[in-house]
Design a protein. Structure first.
Length: 280
């Protein structure tokens, strides 16, 4: 199963893995890094074809013995398997304490045309009320990854990333998402195109902003819905504030004038989950 054992830090494959931490080499190669047992397992569960898998038994965590089964599964699905020395793996790993598993996967791109296909049955037949999350210009990879986890937990049909600042395939996005990047459909598009799409399909856009008068708990978050969240530093753009069907805020009693965008997303999403569950 092992194609090659690599110990040299100067090996071309080791050098290429280090380069893939940066966006330009990732985009040029059309691939990205997936590090960690849970992330790789979730990729395989969603039939993501891993092209390469790098393993280091010296870094495995605990005595559970799950790694051989995962490696066999990845190999059976077409991944080339390489074994790295402990030092070589430490050089390519993104985590401070790696768990000895690192894969290379192909990038993908989804646009609004793909969203049309993904939601066609939900809009027209079995589920007439799509539940979408729109984020604008999110800057920090960790926040985007956490937002993905929240979207997955809340049962969001798709995450739409407008005017992205951070790369969807940044290692910190993959890590913070704990692998749900592979299960939550992510659409990347321009804000104006997204707003037009929502109007065409009768999906209400509810924007979150500290300046809103209405509380998120007092606003109807059932039906066809897109919750719109802004960037960490500037919040939502004037475009979304003007174009949204409704604007809501999360009540805050302290001195802080805003919440972390990932935390605000969780609060708003799960109020929508509560209301939608009650409505059903």
């Amino acid at each position: 199963m092992i194609v090659e054992k690599i110990s040299s830090l100067q090996n071309p494959r080791v050098k290429q893995l280090v380069k893939l931490r940066d966006r330009r080499p990732r985009d040029e190669a059309g691939v990205f890094l997936v590090e960690g047992y849970r992330q790789i397992r979730r990729a395989l569960e969603k039939c993501v074809r891993l092209t390469e898998l790098y393993v280091c038994p010296e870094w495995y965590l605990g005595d559970q013995g799950n790694e051989p089964e995962l490696i066999a599964q990845a190999h059976a699905a077409g991944a080339q398997v390489f074994e790295l020395s402990k030092d070589a793996f430490a050089k390519v790993a993104y985590r401070e304490r790696p768990d000895g598993l690192l894969a290379v996967a192909p990038q993908w791109r989804r646009g609004l045309a793909d969203l049309e296909v993904l939601l066609s049955d939900k809009i027209n037949v079995s589920r007439p009320d799509p539940f979408l999350l729109v984020v604008e210009a999110i800057e920090k990879p960790g926040n985007l990854g956490t937002i993905l986890r929240s979207a997955d937990a809340a049962g969001v049909d798709a995450l739409i990333v407008c005017d992205p600042v951070t790369d969807l395939f940044n290692p910190n996005v993959v890590r913070a998402s704990t692998g749900v990047l592979f299960s939550v459909p992510v659409i990347i598009a321009d804000s104006r195109e997204v707003r037009a799409w929502l109007k065409t399909h009768g999906v209400r856009a509810v924007a979150t902003t500290p300046s809103a008068k209405a509380l998120h708990t007092d606003t109807n978050l059932t039906g066809s819905l897109a919750i719109v969240m802004g960037s960490e530093q500037y919040g939502l753009s004037d475009f979304w504030l003007a174009e949204a069907d409704e604007r809501v805020r999360i009540p805050m009693a302290g001195q802080a004038d805003s919440l972390n965008v990932a935390m605000a997303t969780i609060i708003t999403l799960f109020e929508a989950v509560r209301q939608r569950g009650a409505a059903r």
